[in-house]
Design a protein around this ligand. Structure first.
Ligand code: ADP
Length: 244
């Protein structure tokens, strides 16, 4: 694994009942990168994230994270190694406040004994996360009252509160208003200053504005990889992804 590489996937294959959903993927993500993963429906994007996070076992290939082989490890061990992900379905606790959701996320990282200690206000970590996700004014409101966009930001906040080295975000702007998309783009840019982030997204307008490095998946293989302008101009991408 070369210096500066955080995630290195080689020769990955995933087979579901004889169907090859991932068919020989190589992917390298450097420390500190903000990488976008795009591709038409069924390209294998979510499956790839599922493999990295230990939810799906590959039929072949290796996934190395900071030099540690991940394949065969259990999900919770992979979380402990510093990989956090969001899901397309929400995982916030609706009856708990924004603050309590963040506190809970932080507590996943703390040694068990500290959970029993007396609480002394908002921790520095939570305060800084609240600031980053822009939900400071809603800190004491139940998460159930948040808009769709705010809830997504809270989920991202819950991830960064756990201080992962790698964040995997699955379609973070799906279903968001234009204004929420812009705020999410700014949030990702901010987070990427001190995290490595892989974002699954297929909103082209969003990519044009916020992506630099893009990997295009198609039928379980990497079709093209490069900067967003080059990738968009590639005739293979236009054909399979934009349908032109
Ligand atoms: P994407 O996220 O790019 O839309 P997915 O990774 O969800 O694509 O799916 C890739 C392919 O694998 C699709 O054809 C999908 O139907 C198939 N697939 C995904 N998960 C399963 C599963 N658990 N069992 C069978 N087929 C699956």
């Amino acid at each position: 694994m070369s210096e500066g590489t955080l995630l290195e996937i080689r020769g990955l294959e995933v087979v579901f009942d004889g169907f090859r959903a991932i068919n020989g993927v190589d992917l390298t993500v450097g420390e500190g990168e903000l990488r976008f993963l795009i591709g038409p429906n069924g390209a294998g994007k979510t499956t790839l994230i599922d493999v990295i996070t230990g939810l799906t076992r590959p039929a072949a290939g290796t996934v190395r994270f900071g030099g540690t082989e991940l394949t065969g490890r259990k999900e919770h061990r992979i979380v402990r190694l510093g990989i956090g992900r969001t899901f397309q379905t929400s995982v916030v606790f609706e009856e708990l406040t924004v603050l309590e959701n963040l506190d809970l996320a932080v507590s996943f990282r703390r040694p068990l004994v500290s959970l029993f200690r007396q609480r002394r206000g908002v921790s520095d970590t939570v305060a800084s996360v609240l600031d980053t996700i822009g939900l400071g004014e809603l800190a004491d409101r139940p998460a159930g009252v948040l808009s769709h966009g705010q809830r997504q930001w809270l989920e991202i906040g819950m991830l960064i509160a756990q201080q992962p080295r790698l964040l995997l975000l699955d379609e973070p702007v799906a279903g968001m208003s234009q204004d929420e998309r812009e705020r999410t783009g700014e949030l990702l840019t901010e987070i990427a200053k001190d995290h490595t982030v892989v974002v699954v997204e297929h909103d082209m307008e969003f990519l044009r504005r916020y992506a630099s490095q893009v990997t295009v998946l198609h039928e379980g293989t990497v079709l093209v990889e490069g900067d967003v302008a080059t990738v968009q101009k590639d005739p293979r991408v236009q054909e399979v992804y934009l349908g032109r």
